[in-house]
Design a protein around this ligand. Structure first.
Ligand code: NAP
Length: 254
């Protein structure tokens, strides 16, 4: 039997990351589950994967911190001796969702450290491990957002960090193509998770009014299916692409 592939999914104790981790496990990946504060939830994810016959390990790590990033890559190598896929999913929203005229440097620093600096340097670390393996193959998927191009004036730092993720994806895709590593950006729309729970009523209304052509909330599994497809090798002549998982939100309409 072929050796199982190994994935790291950041922020996989809850929400979209959990959905991605569980679907990757179903596809036969051994998965590094990453949590920051929610240890119990991460243990639940590991147990659910193991109960279905898969392999997973939970690792506490702050992606904004270099020691945390080291711990994630080391967990993949120490447990299973390889790394095939990094999913940069962990992310936080703007602290306090303050109007742009009231936005704080504290929120900016935390959002940029978690949503852009962490993913970049983790991708750097993961890419170096993939290159060292000599296999000339690997995938990096960055979970961005429709906020990379749609303004929310009460989440300026979040929008700017997500916009930066597109250039980060292009840069990595350009540099890593010769190493056999493909890099993609996935832009979820409105997805049901703890992040959107506080604004549920607003989005219920907007969706009912036709915010996106497909009139429903997205689910973590909608995003997970896209990630699995990208990691499957089904797009061997594509890199740097943005995949929208947004019910068609990105289409300009009259
Ligand atoms: N929900 C949406 O509608 C939506 C739409 C577009 C894009 N996205 C993006 O999708 C990703 C996941 O969002 P979500 O809705 O699933 O969020 P969520 O439900 O709030 O979950 C966030 C996850 O990220 C982890 N996390 C937070 N800070 C971290 C850090 N410093 N280091 C490591 N892990 C950290 C959390 O871990 P702990 O609980 O252990 O602290 C949790 O597992 C984010 O990048 C978000 O920007 C979401």
């Amino acid at each position: 039997m072929a050796e199982a592939k190994v994935a790291i999914v950041t922020g996989s104790s809850r929400g979209i990351g959990r959905g991605i981790a569980e679907r990757l496990a179903t596809e036969g990946y051994n998965v590094v589950i990453n949590y920051f504060r929610s240890r119990e939830s991460a243990d639940e994810v590991v147990a659910a994967i193991q109960d279905s016959g898969g392999k997973a390990v939970a690792v506490q790590a702050d992606v904004a911190d270099c020691k945390g990033r080291d711990a994630l890559v080391n967990a993949a190598i120490e447990n299973w001796g390889r790394l095939d896929l990094l999913v940069n999913n962990a992310g936080i929203t703007s602290q306090g969702r303050k109007d742009l005229l009231e936005a704080t440097e504290e929120s900016w620093d935390r959002v940029f450290a978690t949503n852009l600096k962490g993913p970049f340097f983790l991708a750097q670390l993961a890419a170096n491990r993939m290159i060292e393996s000599g296999k000339k193959v690997g995938t990096i998927v960055n979970i961005s957002s429709i906020s990379a191009y749609a303004t929310s004036t009460n989440r300026a730092d979040y929008c700017m960090a997500k916009a930066g993720m597109q250039m980060m994806t292009w840069l990595l895709a350009d540099r890593l193509a010769d190493e056999g590593i493909c890099v993609y950006e996935v832009c979820p729309g409105v997805i049901a998770s703890d992040m959107t729970a506080p604004v549920k009523e607003k989005y219920d209304r907007l969706i009912a009014e036709g915010l996106s052509p497909i009139r429903r909330w997205g689910s973590p599994d909608d995003v997970a299916k896209a990630v699995v497809a990208l990691a499957s090798g089904a797009f061997p002549f594509s890199t740097g692409d943005r995949i929208n998982v947004d019910g068609g939100f990105h289409i300009r309409r009259l």
